[in-house]
Design a binder for this molecule. Structure first.
Ligand SMILES: Nc1nc2c(c(=O)[nH]1)N=C(CO)CN2
Length: 108
């Protein structure tokens, strides 16, 4: 299934986006990334976000893809506690799975 994901970080941004891209390449063969772009934080007071989009083709189900993205976030140390204080180490959202829009990307 053709899949679109959105990556974002507002803390140690360049390093965290790079690390997430590396982990995603290990999990999803052939994943391609857009250039990363700096964006103003939306909905929270924080440092700027570094955002990018990833696309890949997968045989995994929608639930499995979401689970896999969550595991990568956790591996990188992202947590609810950090989010509560406005710190997003890494956010990897499933935006589109096949024809299904799973989540609107707010910063686009
Ligand atoms: N510009 C921008 N703003 C955000 C983003 C994001 O990725 N980019 N993610 C959020 C939730 O994690 C909240 N606000």
């Amino acid at each position: 299934m053709k899949t679109i994901i959105a990556l974002g970080s507002n803390s140690n941004q360049e390093e965290n986006i790079f690390k997430a891209q590396t982990l995603l390449k290990q999990r999803f063969e052939g994943v391609k990334f857009s250039d990363a772009q700096w964006t103003e934080p939306i909905g929270i007071k924080s440092d700027k976000f570094l955002n990018c989009i990833g696309t890949f083709d997968t045989k995994l189900s929608l639930t499995q893809v979401i689970q896999c993205l969550k595991e990568i976030e956790q591996t990188m140390g992202d947590s609810h506690e950090n989010h509560q204080v406005g710190k997003v180490l890494i956010d990897i959202d499933l935006a589109q799975y096949g024809e299904k829009i799973v989540k609107k990307i707010i910063w686009l």
